[in-house]
Structures are given as structure tokens and as C-alpha cells.
Design a protein around this ligand. Structure first.
Ligand SMILES: NC(=O)c1ccc[n+]([C@@H]2O[C@H](COP(=O)([O-])OP(=O)(O)OC[C@H]3O[C@@H](n4cnc5c(N)ncnc54)[C@H](OP(=O)(O)O)[C@@H]3O)[C@@H](O)[C@H]2O)c1
Length: 327
């Protein structure tokens, strides 16, 4: 692999710039997909406590590493503190549960999943009131949670800590304590986050793009609920014509675009053919003209898919990160 296939983190650890997303896959399907991903060359795996699949991911990864420390060191495993764990005293407990379910001695990256919080209800990661709204914890002290996450590093059981879904102001605030090792946010052709990317670059925080292919399952679910239209990124004429010109798939064009913007990306697939496609990105390049054509697809805030509207009432949380909340 050439050096551009990694982001080099503080201390020299290398985070592969293409990782494997694991959201919304059943355990058995996920285990098979992870087996295929390892064969295809993925070494960076992204999960979260909230995905409730850490045990399945861990089983597949441990099948591959066996007892070899050298093979474990090849992997870059990421999981996330759930919104119900956003209290400083709860951070070690949630971290330990994730590590135990993954069956790992250490994590490569632990992310704060969201700056907003749910009430801590043991055994329920998405606690709801009887009217369907979330049980929101309105008392979140973001800095205290972040300090508690940073302290985890002292145990030697996590190599890096970072954040997800924070806005520029929140990222700047967190940086005043300690710079997050990465920022994981939604980024794709329709929602390019130019402002946030520039801000993170200025702060020296690498970005990992989630939903880089437009998260079709989430977009379809939201469309069914709200009636809002979510264009399919893979069928956009610009994406299709660039794909055709290179003899590549639309997904490869979208991912290559993300890489050429200097970001990392964590596409999810459970299909072995697409899993392989999504990491076969290093033997072609988009021209400046093609980059400009793809840049022009940006819809700004209107392109956001994962607006957390599925967590009813969460926009009232004082740390809710997104300004324009659209139902
Ligand atoms: N931090 C956060 O809050 C957050 C939020 C959302 C996501 N994430 C992370 O980011 C990962 C990726 O995001 P995502 O799962 O939302 O969506 P995504 O990766 O943008 O899209 C996944 C969808 O694209 C399809 N797909 C994948 N490769 C394809 C290809 N080559 N051609 C055509 N279709 C393809 C998949 O179907 P098949 O499986 O059938 O191929 C699936 O329906 C997640 O899995 C998760 O790990 C993090």
C-alpha cells in the first residue's frame, strides 16, 4: 500500500483511509461480510455500541487474527460511546462493555457517537417515553464526557479517542481540551460539508466520511416516513457518466472522490462483489474537471440524510449539533 492509503495519526499509527461500515446488518450477514472484507483487504472496521453488533464483528475478527498479536496489530478497530453513555462516570463502563463484546484486548479508536445524550437506562440503548419520543438527558457536560474519554487512554486499552456528529463550534471546544484523533461525520456527493472539512483541516483533525454512498437504507426509511425525496447518489447522471468514462462503478467514483478530497471513508456493504469494489480504488484517478463536476453536486444542508429526526425530540437537546433541523 502507498502512504496515501492511510492517515497517519499522532504517535505514528496508521488508519486505513477505506474502512468497512457495519451499521444495519444482522449478525450472521455481518459475520459473512466481515470474512469477505478481510479477504478483500479491509483492515479498518467501524462499529458502535448502538449498532448492537459488536459481538458478531468481534467473532469474525478473532477468527481471522487467531492468537496472533501481529495480525491484531494489522487491524484498526473503531467503536463508539452510545448517547446513553454521555456522562463522565459512565464512560469507562460503556467502554468496558464494548471491549468485552468485541473480545478485544484494546481498541484502536473510541469515538463519542453524538454530542447529545439519552438517559442511561441499563439494557436499553434507545430509551423512549410512552409517546415515542426519546428519553433525552438534557444535562450533558460535553467537555466532562470528553475528558473522561481522553482519560481512557491512560489504561492503554485504547490507542486513540475521537468524536462523531459534532459541529464546528463543538469541535473547537473539544480541541481546547485535547484534539480528537478524528472526526466522523456524514459526507457524500450531495452533502459535501465544505465548511466543516475546512474547519477540521484548520484544526488538524482528520475526517472520516460516513454514509459515503448515501446510506440508501436510511434514506428509504426516512423517505417513507416523511415523504421527503432522497436522490439515489449512485444513479446521478454526473456520477454515472464519470463511472462509464473510467470503466468503474458509480460507487467507486463516489468513494474515489471522497479520497481525493483528502478524507477517509467507511462504506458499508454485505455483498462480496461490492465489498471488493469499494476498496479497489487505488488504480485510477479522477481528473480536475471530474472533481469539479462532482463538487457541483453539493446541496449543502439540504443534502444531509442522517439528521437524527428518527430520535424524536432530540433536537431540543442543548448540544444538538445541526442548525437546520428538517423533518
Ligand atoms: N457516526 C455515525 O453517526 C454514523 C452514521 C451512519 C453511518 N455510520 C457508519 O458509516 C457506515 C457507512 O454508512 P451507511 O451504512 O449509512 O451507508 P453507505 O455506506 O453510504 O451505503 C450503504 C448502502 O450502499 C449499498 N452499497 C454498498 N456498496 C455498494 C456498491 N458498490 N454499489 C451499489 N450499492 C452499494 C449497500 O447495500 P449492500 O450492503 O446490499 O451492498 C447499502 O445499502 C455505516 O455502516 C456505519 O459504520 C456512522
Amino acid at each position: 500500500m502507498s502512504s496515501s492509503e492511510y492517515i497517519v495519526l499522532k504517535g505514528g499509527d496508521k488508519m486505513p483511509r477505506i474502512g468497512f461500515g457495519t451499521w444495519q446488518a444482522s449478525d450472521e450477514v455481518l459475520e459473512n461480510a466481515v470474512d469477505a472484507a478481510l479477504v478483500a483487504g479491509y483492515r479498518h472496521f467501524d462499529t458502535a455500541r448502538a449498532y448492537e453488533n459488536e459481538a458478531a464483528l468481534g467473532r469474525a475478527l478473532r477468527r481471522w487474527t487467531g492468537s496472533s498479536l501481529a495480525k491484531r496489530k494489522e487491524l484498526f478497530i473503531v467503536t463508539k460511546l452510545p448517547p446513553g453513555g454521555n456522562r463522565p462516570e459512565l464512560v469507562p463502563e460503556y467502554f468496558n462493555s464494548s471491549l468485552k463484546d468485541l473480545g478485544l484486548e484494546y481498541l484502536d479508536m473510541y469515538l463519542m457517537h453524538t454530542p447529545f445524550a439519552f438517559e442511561h437506562v441499563p439494557g436499553d440503548l434507545h430509551p423512549k417515553n410512552s409517546d415515542g419520543s426519546m428519553k433525552v438527558d438534557f444535562t450533558t457536560d460535553l467537555i466532562a464526557v470528553w475528558k473522561s474519554m481522553c482519560k481512557l487512554k491512560e489504561s492503554g486499552r485504547v490507542r486513540h479517542v475521537g468524536v462523531s456528529n459534532v459541529n464546528e463550534e463543538q469541535l473547537t471546544r473539544l480541541c481546547s481540551v485535547q484534539k480528537p484523533a478524528c472526526l466522523q461525520i456524514e459526507v457524500h456527493a450531495l452533502f459535501q460539508q465544505n465548511h466543516m472539512v475546512a474547519a477540521a483541516n484548520k484544526l488538524g483533525v482528520p475526517i472520516v466520511a460516513y454514509s459515503p454512498l448515501g446510506s440508501k437504507a436510511l434514506a428509504d426509511a426516512l423517505a417513507a416516513k416523511t415523504g421527503r425525496e432522497y436522490p439515489d447518489l449512485l444513479t446521478l447522471p454526473t456520477v454515472q457518466s464519470i463511472a462509464q468514462a473510467h470503466g468503474r462503478t458509480p460507487a467507486q467514483v463516489l468513494l474515489r472522490y471522497t479520497l481525493q478530497r483528502g478524507l477517509a471513508a467507511i462504506p458499508k456493504s454485505t455483498n462480496p462483489r461490492r465489498i471488493k469494489q469499494n476498496i479497489s480504488l487505488w488504480d485510477f484517478a479522477l481528473s480536475q474537471t471530474e472533481m469539479a463536476e462532482l463538487a457541483a453536486l453539493d446541496r449543502g444542508e439540504h443534502g444531509r440524510i442522517c439528521d437524527f429526526s428518527f430520535f424524536v425530540g432530540i433536537e431540543k437537546h442543548p448540544e444538538f449539533p445541526f442548525k437546520k433541523y428538517t423533518k
